[in-house]
Design a protein around this ligand. Structure first.
Ligand code: BZD
Length: 836
């Protein structure tokens, strides 16, 4: 039975539930209380990290108050909720964003100043929460920010990895990986909920039970169990009470370890079980856009989905509604196929545990789930071997077979006698072994499937799942173009520009309503605005130049054009083409006289990004970039005219320094391969200009800001297939400029050419799958155009202003409102300032 507070004590609860007023004295008191009591430090035993902890804990108290009020309000109102299931949440740092969301940054700054601490220094003490690889994980984080800010009743669910994405060090030009044990010094931004835990079963067997009335049911029994423990990460909305939750699961052994075994002297075996349970949530898989069929990864997927559904169902059951209400109270979004096991898991719970009929259960399931696809790359589409699933989740495998059977029966009915169609559409792919095509399972089990940019959603429909579009008569498939949160990606990371925009627009309401930015267009030709705008850009370039110097000892000039490509290293993203272009530029510069050279636009080319540890070719690209940098940066004839820098360990907090400093950023994936891209949006929002292909969200950005303000090049997506076909069947036409560049590499201009042979071979014997040779000439031309355009300072400033002004569409607030209205059917639930 629930404990009820004695009524005469309620005023005490209310007093402590109400957030403290943000007053200097109160802030200092709470800071000092945490420093001295929570962390047991004194005035004579303090450092910046200690004061970061004190500040974070004082803010955490405020977050928890808002969180509690939000949850109580939601319990009382019982709105339909959305659950965003993602194996990755790439949150980065929290201190600064939390101060801004709560509207207390200035007063905290003052309070800390008086105590002798600089807030900027404390912010720099925080380690990133790096529980993601790249775009997909960061998108989940931006969406949480928008869900909270727009007052939606939403939960994120994921895994609390002990090790986030590895730390990248560059040793002798090569990427080396170090573990990211981010929890070493504690995590102020989570609340451990030892009271919220669920059992998760693996393996075992399925018992067939025949009831007296002849009905058959199945019970999954035996096997091994682990426990999922909840860790809650509150996400405050910006300037609103609503504070939502990301619930991350951590695995613990189900039993305390075996003392009998321990006493028998079998110490190792006694702790083994403990360890194997904890292994499940120990590490984030470091591959993006590539599937690795490891059993531990499958365990992670089921573990988090199983705990999440138990949690959602427990919340649903508190309201005593019939099961048929479930899809009207609960919407579940699958962030790619990684949480797809949720579909057979909910079906299993409904039929095996809740006693619903297959059809009633399936109706609920398919009204509950929706699925976002993030890639068209075949090597990234998840396929799990049937024997693997059979062994780990025997009951789920049976259910998947049944889902497939009933589905194929419908296909057969609609397209009688079309055997090849059945083969193509089967959730089970035939072969040795058979495989489960997770995307097909996700499509069949969801009411809506979306791509992440207009072009990508069309490719999904026409190229990767056309049979499903035909079968569902186009009704399931839609587009929701990605977005980014303007709070972190302009207001927080670029305070100077943010203040200037607020001053020009006369209000800071743009932070929550990005449509307001359109009004900046008026200022595009205003000489005074242009001057200040570019002065702010220069400040940001100085900040980045200082950072580069501190990390790499390379001196770069803030007066050069900053040309930046930062993202995961992948062949389809073509960092290789970028560095080949740099070599081309270098060779050209070497041929000029000093007088001619002095007329060139000085350029700094910046790279950053991690390669998957096992991705050999991507790692060679990193090595080549560093080798080219070594030669170019030390060539006295070249000086500041060209510099090449690889900044190690790209992560969210580094992106916050890099992005505001770009003049040009490169988004140069082979057309049709980058589903959307989201850093493209971040750069343009900060007044940077894209040099890119006609791919992903670049296309929609071009539509919004105008084609004069973006440097497009390269073949279009619909030409790629034919070119690849030709590349396969006749000798590839090598671009002559590219041939020169390769010759320079092969001559040993950038060190031992043997090292780069396998990389260069991807362009020749490898068939140049990503069409670098085809696009090279137009790429170089676009680069030359950008040099010319940069010489026109007024023209450039205008472009830069129009970039920011045109980015309203790409707020994640717009994306989230689309999901809420069109897919989840949820409404905002405004939380009052205090509970009464
Ligand atoms: O998702 C990315 C796409 O490549 C981008 O084009 C897109 O903008 C973003 C957001 O929609 N995909 C990923 O980041 N994918 C992964 O990180 C990933 C991770 C594990 C397994 C498979 C893919």
């Amino acid at each position: 039975p629930r404990w009820l507070p004695p009524p005469e004590t309620l005023h005490l609860w209310k007093e402590f539930e109400t957030p403290e007023p943000a007053e200097i004295k109160a802030i200092q008191k709470s800071f000092l209380r945490h420093v001295t009591k929570t962390f047991a430090r004194t005035a004579f035993n303090m450092d910046n990290f200690g004061s970061y902890q004190g500040t974070a804990y004082s803010l955490r108290d405020r977050l928890i108050d808002k969180w509690n009020i939000t949850q109580q309000h939601h319990t009382r109102e019982d709105p339909k909720r959305v659950y965003y299931l993602s194996l990755e949440f790439l949150l980065g740092r929290s201190l600064d964003s939390c101060l801004l969301s709560l509207g207390v940054k200035d007063i905290y700054k003052k309070a800390l100043d008086e105590l002798g601490f600089r807030l900027e220094d404390l912010i720099g003490e925080e380690v990133d929460a790096a529980l993601g690889n790249g775009g997909l994980g960061r998108l989940a984080a931006c969406y949480m920010d928008s869900l909270a800010t727009l007052d939606y009743p939403a939960w994120g669910y994921g895994i609390r990895y002990n090790y986030g994405i590895f730390k990248q060090l560059i040793v002798d030009g090569y990427q080396t990986e170090f573990p990211d044990y981010w929890l070493n010094f504690g995590n102020p931004w989570e609340i451990e909920r030892l009271d919220v835990s669920y059992e998760v079963r693996f393996r075992g067997y399925v018992n067939k039970v025949t009831e007296e009335d002849g009905t058959i049911s199945y019970v999954w029994e035996g096997g091994e169990k682990v426990v999922a423990v909840a860790y809650d990460v509150p996400i405050p909305g910006y300037g609103t009470m609503n504070t939502i939750n990301i619930r991350l699961w951590s695995a613990k052994p189900a039993r305390e370890f075996d003392f009998a075994m321990f006493n028998d002297g079998n110490y190792e075996k006694a702790v083994e079980e403990q360890k194997s349970a904890e292994n499940i949530t120990s590490v984030l898989y470091p591959n993006d856009n590539h599937m690795v069929g490891k059993i531990l990864r499958l365990k992670q997927q089921y573990f988090f989905v199983c705990a999440t559904l138990q949690d959602a169902i427990r919340r649903f059951k508190k309201t005593n509604r019939p099961w048929s209400d479930f899809p009207y109270q609960v919407s579940i979004q699958l962030n790619d196929t990684h949480p797809t096991l949720g579909i057979p898991e909910l079906q299993r719970i409904l039929i095996d545990e809740e006693g619903l009929s297959w059809d009633d259960a399936w109706d609920i399931v398919t009204k509950t789930f929706s699925f976002t696809n993030h890639t068209v790359l075949p090597e990234a589409l998840e396929r799990w071997a049937v024997p693997l699933i059979q062994d780990l989740l025997p009951r789920h495998m049976m259910i998947i077979f049944d889902i497939n059977l009933f589905f194929l029966q419908k296909v057969e009915k609609k397209f009688p006698g079309d055997r090849d169609r059945l083969r193509r559409m089967s959730i089970i792919e035939e072969g040795h072994p058979q495989n489960v095509r997770m995307a097909f399972l996700a499509i069949v089990g969801s009411h809506t499937v979306n791509g992440v940019a207009a072009l990508h959603s069309n490719l999904i429909k026409n190229d990767i799942f056309p049979d499903f579009v035909e079968f569902y008569e186009g009704n399931k498939f839609t587009n929701v173009t990605n977005g980014i949160t303007p709070r972190r990606w302009l207001h927080q990371c670029n305070p100077a520009l943010s203040d200037f925009i607020t001053q020009k627009l006369g209000s800071d309401s743009w932070v929550k309503d990005l449509e307001q930015l359109k009004k900046l267009k008026e200022f595009a030709d205003d000489a005074a605005v242009q001057k200040q705008w570019m002065a702010i850009k220069r400040q940001n370039k100085v900040r980045l130049a200082d950072y580069i110097h501190s990390i790499t000892s390379i001196q770069v000039s803030p007066d050069s054009l900053f040309d930046i490509q930062v993202k995961r290293i992948h062949e389809y993203k073509r960092q290789f083409m970028n560095i080949l272009g740099v070599i081309h530029r270098y060779l050209r510069l070497k041929k000029l006289t000093p007088e001619q050279r002095a007329k060139e636009v000085p350029r700094l080319v910046v790279f950053a990004g991690k390669s998957a540890p096992g991705y050999f070719i991507a790692k060679l690209v990193i090595k080549l970039i560093n080798s080219v940098g070594e030669v170019v940066n030390n060539d006295p004839e070249i000086g500041d005219i060209l510099k090449v820098v690889f900044i190690p360990n790209y992560n969210v907090s580094l992106a916050e320094i890099i992005i505001p400093a770009s003049d040009i950023s490169q988004h140069i994936s082979t057309a049709g391969t980058e589903a959307s891209g989201t850093s493209n949006m971040k750069f343009v929002l900060n007044g940077g200009i894209i040099l890119g292909t006609v791919d992903g969200a670049n296309i929609e950005i071009g539509e919004e800001i105008g084609e004069d303000n973006i440097f497009f090049f390269g073949v279009k997506a619909d030409e790629v297939e034919d070119i690849r076909h030709l590349n396969r069947y006749r000798k590839i036409e090598m671009d002559p400029d590219l041939r020169n560049v390769l010759d320079a590499i092969e001559r040993g201009t950038f060190g031992d050419p043997k090292i780069f042979e396998p990389l260069v071979a991807t362009l020749t014997v490898g068939g140049d799958y990503y069409l670098i040779s085809k696009d090279f000439a137009s790429y170089i031309e676009a680069q030359a155009d950008s040099d010319e355009a940069y010489k026109d300072k007024v023209g450039w400033a205008k472009k830069s202003i129009l970039c920011t002004a045109g980015m309203s569409k790409f707020s994640s607030d717009r994306s989230i409102n689309e999901y809420a209205e069109r897919i989840w059917k949820i409404k905002p639930c405004t939380v009052p300032a205090t509970l009464n």
